[in-house]
Design a protein around this ligand. Structure first.
Ligand SMILES: [Zn+2]
Length: 355
C-alpha cells in the first residue's frame, strides 16, 4: 500500500531534488539526471548483517527508488558492535533483521520503498526474489549464497557487487554479465580453502564500512549511467595495515560453466540444499525442512506454551527451554540457538515442531 503511494509521488520527488539530495546532485557524475535514474532503480540487498546494514543505509539515503532487504536471521547482542541499523531492543526481542532494518530505513527516507523479506535465499526462491531488480548487493557471509547470486546474475543479466570481510580485511568486485568475468571464473565453484570466518578470527566495523562503501560506490556508478567508471578489478583492503591491492579481473575464463556454458547448478536442487546450516557468528544451527509448507504460528504458540516460554513478534515465534532458544518462521524454517551440533538441532526440531 505504502509502495503504491510512494511510486505515485515519484514525479514530485524529482522536483524536490534540490533539498534532500542536493549534495549528491552537486556531485557532477551523478547530477540531476543521475538522481532521477536512482529514483527509478530497484536494488536487492542480500544479507542484512554488517555489510548489508551499511549498504542498505547508503542506498536508501541516496534515494534508490526500491530497496528489497533479504535476510534469514534475527538480531543478537553480538551483532551490535558492527551492524549499524540495530539497537539493544532489537536484540532483546530477537527481531528479524530484515524487518528491524526496514523499519529504521523508512524513518530515514520515506520516499523509498523498502521491502523486508524474512527469508532464506535458496535455489527455490532466488529467481523470484531477485529477477525484478537492476542490481544485487552481496551482504552475505557465505559462498553458497554467492554462487546462487552469480547464477542468477548470469542467467538474467543482472550485475552484482560481491563483498566479504573478516578480521580487518575484505574483498570486493563488481560483476557485470557480458562485460566482466563472473565469480565462478575467479574461484571455480569452490569456497576459498581454509576460509577464515567472523566466527574464528572476528571482524572490526571499519573494515566492514570500507568494503560496503566501495560496493555501493560501484552500484551508484552503474545505476547513474557512469558505466565507464566501473571498476574492473578485484579489490582487497586491509584497514589495519592501510593496504589496498587491486587485481585486474581480466577476461572471462574460457571454459566457465556459468558465464560461458550457461550451466546454473546452484539454481537447481543438485547444489546447496543442505537441511542444516551452521550460522556465522555464534552457536546457532538453522534447520530448513524440505517441503514443510506454511505453518500457523498462532497454533504453534498454543501447542508450545505449556513446554517453555513462548513469544511471538512479527513474522516469527521464539520458544525458550533451558539453554536452548528456538526461533521459528512461517515457512517452517527454524534457528536453534545454543548448540553447534546439527544432529542435536534436528532432533530438537523434530521433537517440538515435527518433521
Ligand atoms: Zn564465468
Amino acid at each position: 500500500m505504502r509502495g503504491g503511494m510512494d511510486l505515485q509521488s515519484g514525479e514530485s520527488a524529482g522536483t524536490n531534488v534540490d533539498g534532500r539530495y542536493s549534495r549528491q546532485v552537486l556531485f557532477r557524475p551523478i547530477g540531476r539526471m543521475g538522481q532521477e535514474k536512482l529514483q527509478h532503480s530497484r536494488v536487492a540487498v542480500v544479507g542484512l548483517g554488517a555489510l548489508g546494514t551499511v549498504q542498505a543505509t547508503q542506498l536508501v539515503r541516496a534515494g534508490v527508488g526500491f530497496v528489497r532487504l533479504i535476510d534469514r536471521d534475527i538480531v543478537e547482542e553480538s551483532n551490535l558492535q558492527r551492524q549499524s541499523l540495530y539497537d539493544e531492543q532489537d536484540a532483546q526481542f530477537g527481531r528479524a533483521k530484515a524487518e528491524a532494518a526496514a523499519e529504521k530505513l523508512r524513518l530515514a527516507n520515506s520516499k523509498v520503498i523498502v521491502e523486508a523479506q524474512v527469508n532464506d535465499l535458496t535455489w527455490r526462491n532466488a529467481e523470484d526474489l531477485l529477477m525484478d531488480v537492476d542490481v544485487m548487493v552481496d551482504g552475505t557471509d557465505n559462498f553458497e549464497v554467492r554462487y546462487l547470486l552469480n547464477d542468477v546474475s548470469v542467467k538474467h543479466g543482472i550485475p552484482w557487487a560481491y563483498g566479504g570481510v573478516v578480521s580487518s580485511y575484505g574483498t570486493l568486485a563488481f560483476f557485470q554479465p557480458g562485460q566482466t568475468p563472473c565469480l565462478a571464473c575467479l574461484f571455480g565453484d569452490e569456497s576459498p580453502a581454509h576460509q577464515d570466518t567472523c566466527d574464528t578470527i572476528g571482524v572490526i566495523a571499519p573494515a566492514v564500512s570500507v568494503v560496503a562503501s566501495l560496493q555501493v560506490t560501484e552500484v551508484l556508478k552503474f545505476l547513474t549511467g557512469n558505466s565507464e567508471n566501473l571498476s574492473r578489478e578485484l579489490v582487497q583492503v586491509d584497514v589495519w595495515n592501510t593496504e589496498f591491492t587491486r587485481i585486474q579481473l581480466g577476461s572471462p575464463h574460457a571454459g566457465c560453466r556459468c558465464c560461458q556454458k550457461k550451466e546454473f547448478p546452484w539454481l537447481q536442487a543438485t547444489q546447496g540444499d543442505a537441511m542444516t546450516v551452521s550460522l556465522c557468528g555464534r552457536h546457532t544451527i538453522q534447520v530448513r525442512p524440505k517441503d514443510k509448507g506454511d505453518l500457523s504460528l498462532d497454533e504453534m504458540a498454543i501447542r508450545l506454551a505449556p513446554l517453555g516460554q513462548v513469544r511471538q513478534n512479527g513474522s516469527l515465534l521464539r520458544f525458550e527451554m533451558g539453554r536452548m532458544t528456538l526461533t521459528l518462521f512461517k515457512d517452517g524454517r527454524a534457528l536453534i540457538h545454543g548448540t553447534d551440533d546439527p544432529a542435536e538441532a534436528r532432533s530438537l526440531y523434530a521433537r517440538y515442531i515435527g518433521m
